[in-house]
Design a protein around this ligand. Structure first.
Ligand SMILES: Cc1ncc(COP(=O)(O)O)c(C=O)c1O
Ligand SMILES: N[C@@H](CCCC[NH3+])C(=O)O
Length: 432
């Protein structure tokens, strides 16, 4: 099972607080984060870079979980963020996040979003495609504003992960394809602009990746490309952004390398390959999202109804589901759950942990060994910190849960629970 902390009475502890106490105070469904765990992961990645003696930036991919409090924690840890929308950028701004440490991603940034990024002087715009390149060239010229950019390249490498979360293959909606020559064309266009400053290149091959093989192929391809570009255009990248994608453990079937260990192997590959092509040292950037927040998140639910039919696996239904965690329905993602006040209880049966949404596919866990659960019991689904709340919806007009940060045995509400009134606040009456 995923490693969790328990007290002497077998209660699940989150950031030193009993999960059932958090539920008493904040109700369910409740998304909780062990903030110490987030900080520890960030610091372990920093340490790997420090030991490798390479210039670097760790850019938290905030699509994994983006709220004011989260941006504040990232700011305290003095690392960068990447944002992929005006909304994330706005949230970061409201958190007083230093804009020079922001990279702006996206495969269809609107004119308004680009203008907002230029107004705020974000550190880097990660340019994804030719339309964006043209728009940005024009915008920078009109405003007579120098704009630092990174080109997102598609290395033509397939990562071993769910097809929906692969991004590095040539047939992807993201980035300039290297193999067809698109990437080189993009570089030529960008270099021709008086106002665009091409700081470097970016790749991201996908998410929830366990093996370094895909990263290795992509890094080698990227550095070979840079060696060619030096010969052809005398171009040198100051920044080489390797993207994110480090996988985490959701269930016993998952055996990912520790992100710090994986990073160490990748940096070794980078160093050797830079050497091989006699390329100068660049600043190496990474963009982890899931590995920073995923393991630190626990979603707490209350058990409601159950359906039992002889010979069939029982449905045990909780008070949340696909509205707060779409990943099982969207990617057949698997999770582990425990009974919050008896984590190591003897297993009585295997159940389906079902959600309350009006969809047969709203099953959070298909096969979860559990003690006999009763109405009112609290269950915790582990490792829900990434792409849970950030992908949450109001489907069936269910309010989204509250979010609580817990650190040093102190809990703090960081996102209020939505109310029914919140649900209708944008609605307007209609009369023909
Ligand atoms: C460009 C980019 N960078 C970083 C990430 C973060 O990935 P992960 O959460 O798997 O680390 C993503 C998401 O897949 C991404 O698209
Ligand atoms: N949202 C996805 C990953 C995609 C990441 C963004 N490119 C997940 O939950 O696994």
């Amino acid at each position: 099972m995923n490693r969790v902390s328990v007290d002497s009475e077998d209660n699940l502890l989150i950031g030193g607080c009993k999960a059932i106490d958090l539920v008493e105070k904040y109700q369910t469904p409740l998304i909780t984060y062990d903030v110490g765990m987030i900080r520890k992961t960030i610091r372990s990645l920093k340490q790997v870079f420090d030991e490798a003696s390479l210039p670097y930036a760790i850019s938290y991919a905030s699509k994994a979980f983006a709220t004011i409090a989260m941006y504040q924690v990232i700011k305290e840890e003095r690392i960068h963020i990447d944002v992929v929308s005006g909304g994330e950028l706005y949230t970061a701004m409201e958190a007083n996040f230093p804009m020079e440490d922001v990279s702006f991603h996206g495969n269809n940034k609107s004119l308004e979003e680009l203008k907002m990024a230029l107004d705020l002087n974000v550190g880097e715009i990660v340019v994804d495609n030719f339309n964006e390149l043209a728009t940005l060239t024009q915008l920078a010229k009109e405003r007579q504003q120098k704009v630092s950019i990174i080109l997102r390249l598609t290395p033509g490498v397939s990562a071993h992960t769910h097809a929906y979360i692969q991004t590095g293959q040539s047939d992807s909606k993201f980035g300039f394809d290297i193999d067809s020559g698109q990437a080189l064309d993009a570089l030529k266009i960008a270099l021709a602009s008086e106002f665009l400053i091409v700081d470097g290149v970016h790749i991201h091959i996908g998410s929830q990746i366990f093996e370094e093989a895909g990263f290795e192929l992509a890094i080698k391809k990227l550095l070979k490309t840079l060696a060619n570009w030096r010969t052809l255009l005398n171009f040198t990248a100051k920044i080489i952004n390797l993207g994110g994608g480090f996988g985490i453990k959701y269930t016993d079937k998952d055996d990912p390398k520790d992100p710090a260990e994986l990073l160490k192997s990748l940096l070794d590959i980078v160093k050797v390959t830079l050497n091989q092509y006699d390329l100068p040292n660049a600043s190496i950037w990474i963009e982890p999202g899931r590995s920073i927040v995923g393991p630190a998140g626990y979603t707490l639910y209350t058990v409601g109804t159950q359906k039992r039919v002889a010979g069939l696996k029982p449905y045990v239904t909780v008070d949340g589901g696909m509205g707060d965690n779409i990943r099982p329905a969207l990617y057949q993602a698997e999770y582990t759950a425990v009974k919050a006040n008896n984590v190591n209880a003897a297993v009585a049966e295997e159940v389906r942990l079902a959600g309350k949404y009006c969809e047969s596919g709203d099953i959070l866990i298909e096969n979860q060994p559990m003690p006999l659960l009763r109405q009112g019991d609290v269950v915790a689904v582990l490792a829900t910190g990434a792409y849970g709340y950030s992908m949450a919806s109001n489907y069936n007009r269910n309010p989204r849960p509250a979010v609580v940060f817990v650190e040093n045995q102190r809990a703090k509400l960081v996102v209020k629970r939505e109310t029914y009134a919140d649900l209708i606040k944008l609605d307007l009456p209609y009369k023909n």
